[in-house]
Design a protein around this ligand. Structure first.
Ligand SMILES: Nc1ncnc2c1ncn2[C@@H]1O[C@H](COP(=O)(O)OP(=O)(O)O)[C@@H](O)[C@H]1O
Ligand SMILES: [Mg+2]
Length: 255
């Protein structure tokens, strides 16, 4: 396991980069100096205890949070100084998958998926219908177009939520504990969705405590500890690592 300062050497095309990210909430300096890179097409697993600051890191990638200091680069461009209008464009290419799926209760599955397409694209209703059909088929959700969210199982709601998050075909997808509370069947379906997006070159950051899913989908794993990326590396590096924090964390021990 390389330490955070030299682990990124030669990782290829960088898609997302945090540089010296510092953020304070009240008197608590949550992010002391967070720096890491995610390369194009890679899935980076981001681990850390509750309250370590993982969700804030994801939200900062779409400008929902701003650091007190530091940069957040997407495709080499710092989004920290961007105003809301520019951030709308960032959010078309960087999708954030909310933990609860965040479907609109009063709309059918079809209307939920159509909503972002109508709001953010110039696609015709015919094109929208085609895109939704393809998307539902691709993720094994076909036949649910007219179902209301309340009539879907929790696992199905999450999968539809994920399908909606990616309907604008983003190049980066941020997952905030997408498998939390899911049964093994739906967990594996979510893993498959992530892997399918990866084959299309989508870059992902995956925040979770679900280690089997991390090992199923992530290329590298980073540990956020005490306001810094304490370690980062591949699973193979992790397994041969003498990094006691990461090993202890993965084994479920206190760090
Ligand atoms: N909007 C906020 N107001 C005050 N404190 C916050 C806010 N968002 C996050 N925090 C603080 O930052 C810390 C990290 O939050 P978060 O990123 O949600 O952690 P994680 O996702 O790793 O569990 C938390 O301990 C919390 O106290
Ligand atoms: Mg969180």
């Amino acid at each position: 396991m390389a330490n955070a300062s030299n682990a990124d050497k030669g990782i290829g095309d960088v898609k997302v980069e945090f540089r010296g990210f510092k953020k304070r909430f009240g008197s608590k300096l949550v992010h002391k100096d967070v720096s890491f890179k995610v390369r194009k097409g890679e899935c980076l697993g981001l681990l850390g205890g509750s309250g370590a600051g993982k969700s804030v890191i994801l939200r900062s990638m779409i400008g929902l949070e701003k650091p007190d200091e530091g940069q957040v680069l997407i495709d080499g461009v710092d989004i920290v100084p961007m105003k809301e209008q520019e951030l709308i464009d960032v959010r078309k290419k960087v999708a954030y998958v909310f933990q609860n799926g965040a479907l609109f209760d009063s709309m059918s599955v079809y209307e939920n998926l159509a909503y972002p397409l109508r709001a953010h694209t110039k696609l015709t209703e015919d094109e929208i219908r085609r895109r939704i059909k393809e998307q539902l088929e691709e993720f094994g959700l076909e036949g649910n177009e007219n179902v209301m969210p309340a009539n879907l199982s929790g696992g199905m709601q999450k999968r539809v939520g994920l399908a909606r998050s990616i309907i604008l075909q983003p190049s980066v997808v941020l997952y905030d504990e997408p498998t939390a509370g899911l049964d093994p069947y739906n967990t594996i379906r979510i893993q498959e969705m992530i892997l399918r997006l990866k084959t299309k070159g989508v870059t992902s950051v995956f925040v979770t405590h679900d280690m089997p899913s991390v090992f199923a989908v992530c290329d590298r794993i980073a540990l956020l500890l005490e306001g810094r990326i304490q370690s980062i590396g591949t699973r193979a590096e992790l397994e041969t690592s003498t990094d006691s924090h990461l090993n202890r964390f993965v084994r479920g021990e206190e760090i």
